[in-house]
Design a protein around this ligand. Structure first.
Ligand SMILES: *Cc1c(COP(=O)(O)O)cnc(C)c1O
Length: 434
């Protein structure tokens, strides 16, 4: 082909937002009345910049992934080096240093005795693999159990298995009849913990596993609960021969103040799901880890006991190298100090605003805070309020995406005190003006 004119954008008289509108279908977006999508041309630290040079503080770490901020020079350098060494290789029959080294390093820092790593390429598939591991574990043992316990407002991803173990919501509405049956339980607290434990032991003959987001349910509205009660639920599961899956896709890699939320537990889960912060937000990658007890149930001369699951981009070397670089940064004492600094500033801020008349509730777990807006009983007001708040912060150069009437901050760990103060001030003025 000597003529490359058809490689050029056919609508080059239009700006990027207009071209986008002609060809792109965006996630979680009603395209009928979507606001114009803002073209981002560059990222640096906690900031992204649009095509007019306007700067935005990424206060939600771009859907919770950019734990070290954007275009981190150290991660960029490692990724660039790997690109010209080995960009990809089929991961069945072959292996490579980045995948093995990352597995070694992850297993060392994960709580409990995690011994095997299974790679995928996002959080939903990390969850799919965890569910398959549990269901097939019981099948392989010759004592099939097919029920799963999950929390009512859980979010574990958008593929069918992950949707099934997520709370039924507007996200799942069109598919509810096709989702498999799950035993949903309330978040544990002082009042219901004994009931929940009884329920678990009553269901033990049927239940394969219990999947949970430890300490905080993200998409469900940043709903938080105490480690003590999760500990008791895991303990009840262990007594009832029910496997436990910690979905640390959001909470992993420092979010909750410790490297993993499950560090705060005495009883450790059998399986971990990781993604989001894993690569520092640079590349997609998912990880499911398990104990030897689970792994060994798949070892057999019987081919049917194999875990038949895999993705084309399983253990992509570039994504593994990005993860290794992100881990290097995470494990620096400076990063932990930043996490503690954010945590302390958040606490002070929440104290200041919690008795404001428009604040219904405030919550914090580590570097995450959530502020629930008082809406009275007007549910129809919710979506309007959400859009008003979103636009208000955007105008001030802050990316915050409220979940309904819940504003949350989930910043990159490198965010400065000044930028945090700017976000807090914007929230305070929103409380007066919106
Ligand atoms: C985001 C999320 C997922 C899904 O991850 P994707 O990479 O978006 O598929 C699963 N579990 C939890 C807890 C999450 O926050």
């Amino acid at each position: 082909m000597s003529d490359n004119s058809n490689l050029q954008a056919p609508n080059s008289n239009l700006n990027l937002t207009e071209r986008d509108q002609k060809v792109i279908w965006h996630p979680y977006t009603q395209m009928k009345n979507a606001l114009p999508h803002i073209p981002i041309v560059r990222g640096e630290g906690v900031y992204v910049f649009d095509d007019n040079g306007k700067r935005y503080i990424d206060a939600v770490s771009s859907w919770w992934v950019n734990i070290h901020g954007h275009s981190h020079p150290y991660i960029a350098k490692k990724v660039a080096e790997q690109l010209s060494v080995l960009e990809h290789v089929i991961f069945a029959g072959f292996t490579h240093e980045p995948a093995v080294l990352l597995a070694e390093r992850l297993l060392k820092i994960l709580p409990g005795k995690q011994e095997k790593v299974f790679y995928t390429d996002n959080g939903s598939t990390a969850v799919e693999v965890a569910l398959k591991m549990c269901l097939q574990y019981w099948d392989n043992k010759g004592t099939p159990k097919t029920k799963i316990i999950a929390f009512k407002n859980a979010y574990h991803g958008d593929t069918f298995g992950a949707m099934s173990v997520s709370g039924r919501s507007i996200f799942t509405d069109a598919f509810n009849s096709l989702l498999f049956d799950v035993e949903f339980i309330e978040l544990p607290n002082e009042d219901n913990i004994e009931d929940l434990k009884s329920k678990i032991s009553a269901l033990q003959a049927e239940v394969a596993c219990f999947i949970f987001e430890p300490l905080i349910l993200g998409s469900g509205g940043m709903l938080m609960y105490e480690a003590e009660y999760l500990d008791q639920l895991i303990s009840a599961c262990k007594h009832a021969n029910i496997l436990t899956i910690a979905d640390e896709v959001m909470t992993g890699f420092g979010r909750t103040g410790t490297y993993f939320a499950c560090e705060k537990l005495t009883n450790k889960p059998d399986i971990f799901c990781l993604s989001k912060g894993l690569t520092g937000g640079t590349m997609p990658l998912g990880v499911t880890t398990c104990t030897n007890e689970i792994f060994e149930a798949f070892l057999s001369d019987d081919k049917l006991k194999t875990l038949y699951h895999g993705h084309s981009f399983t253990a992509n070397p570039i994504a593994c190298v990005a993860s290794l670089a992100s881990l290097d940064i995470l494990l620096k004492s400076e990063t932990l100090q930043n996490i503690k600094r954010i945590e302390a500033k958040h606490t002070t801020f929440l104290k200041e605003i919690k008795s404001h008349s428009k604040v219904k509730a405030v919550r914090q777990t580590g570097t995450i805070i959530a502020i629930e807006w008082e809406t009275g009983n007007e549910t129809s007001y919710l979506s309007t309020l959400r859009n008003l708040l979103y636009a208000y912060f955007l105008d001030k150069g802050i990316i915050l995406r409220p979940l309904g009437n819940i504003i949350y901050i989930l910043p990159p760990y490198i965010i400065s005190d000044e930028d945090l103060d700017y976000i807090y001030a914007a929230i305070k003025s929103a409380l007066e003006e919106v």
